[in-house]
Design a protein around this ligand. Structure first.
Ligand code: CP
Ligand code: NVA
Length: 307
């Protein structure tokens, strides 16, 4: 059975640390590892828009000596009536790995169940685990360690980034706080997974409705779009309830620390979830974070395809 990376907790704490160490090695020497020489092929499929994920996977696979087949999923037979399972069976005969951005996590699970090569979640409605590997690499670069750091995420607490920061964060031993309007708190089944994982690592989870209380003492402050891809017409007010959760200079000052860093997975909606002053300011680590997508994903592919 191949190893997949569908959710942040598909890596044990020790395996996550191995991938992050490898990401640092690959960052120091981007062309020194040729695991995909052959070239071995990786399918990279998108059913939603992408800038970072698309470029970082395609470039990363090339740097590893491999070949990326990058396809818009809506142009595949998958977009007509071919089943997810049949697609997985066929692609497994051509490529050594599949990277897929889609909608419901359930689709990803069905694909992985039928695939005989590793499958990587490049974002679903519920999780964005590749982004969080890059976030963890960035935090460790700036802070020296991960375990024991406090990370506060503000915004939609029920979206893919909130869930993956929770699950990937506690895997690394972080104290993860989610600050969101009550109707946008993390899904209960995700919180159950997070608490179970935190019990093994010394990490912890806190869910807040008060943004000021949530950032008190935070080492890392992060946010994401208030409206995720696919939620544009879900009938919810995705502006008004989130306004108090904007990452701005006033809120950042409430951490009480002068070395708090700010992350954002991007794309940023400047003036909504984050202000220009913060994203362009001295606390911002977002461009390193975006760069680290490349290194962290290469490390993940090397790790999965070397098994
Ligand atoms: N952060 C992220 O996944 O960006 P893209 O949607 O541009 O890939
Ligand atoms: N939560 C966002 C992340 C984009 C990278 C979305 O799903 O649109």
């Amino acid at each position: 059975m191949p190893r997949h990376f569908l959710r942040d907790d598909d890596l044990t704490p020790a395996e996550q640390a191995e991938v992050l160490d490898l990401a640092d090695t690959l960052k120091a020497d981007p062309y020194g590892t040729r695991t995909l020489e052959g070239p071995r092929a990786v399918a990279v499929i998108f059913e939603k828009n992408s800038t970072r994920t698309r470029f970082s996977f395609e470039v990363g696979i090339a740097q590893l000596g491999g070949h990326a087949v990058v396809v818009d999923g809506r142009a595949m037979q998958l977009g007509r009536e071919e089943t997810i399972e049949d697609t997985a069976r066929v692609l497994s005969r051509y490529v050594d790995g599949v990277v897929w951005r889609t909608f419901a996590q359930e689709r990803m699970n069905h694909f992985a169940d039928a695939a005989t090569v590793p499958v990587v979640n490049a974002l679903t409605d519920e999780f964005h685990p590749c982004q969080v590997l890059a976030d963890l690499q960035t935090i460790r670069e700036r802070k020296g360690t991960l375990a024991g750091q406090t990370l506060t995420y503000l915004g939609d607490g029920a979206n893919n980034m909130a869930h993956s920061l929770l699950l990937g964060g506690v895997t690394a031993g972080l104290h993860v706080r989610i600050a969101a309007p009550a109707e946008f708190h993390p899904l209960p089944w995700v919180l159950d997974l997070v608490r179970a994982r935190a019990a093994d690592t010394g990490g912890s989870v806190g869910v807040f409705t008060d943004p000021v209380a949530a950032v008190d003492g935070a080492d890392v402050v992060t946010t994401d779009s208030w409206t995720s891809m696919g939620q544009e017409n879900d009938g919810k007010d995705r502006v008004g309830p989130f306004r108090p959760f904007q990452v701005n200079s006033e809120l950042l000052a409430k951490t009480g620390k002068d070395d708090t860093i700010v992350l954002h997975d991007l794309p940023a909606h400047r003036g909504a979830e984050i202000t220009d002053e913060v994203i362009d300011g001295p606390a911002s680590a977002v461009w390193d974070e975006a760069e680290n997508r490349l290194h962290a994903q290469k490390a993940l592919l090397v790790w999965l395809l070397s098994r």
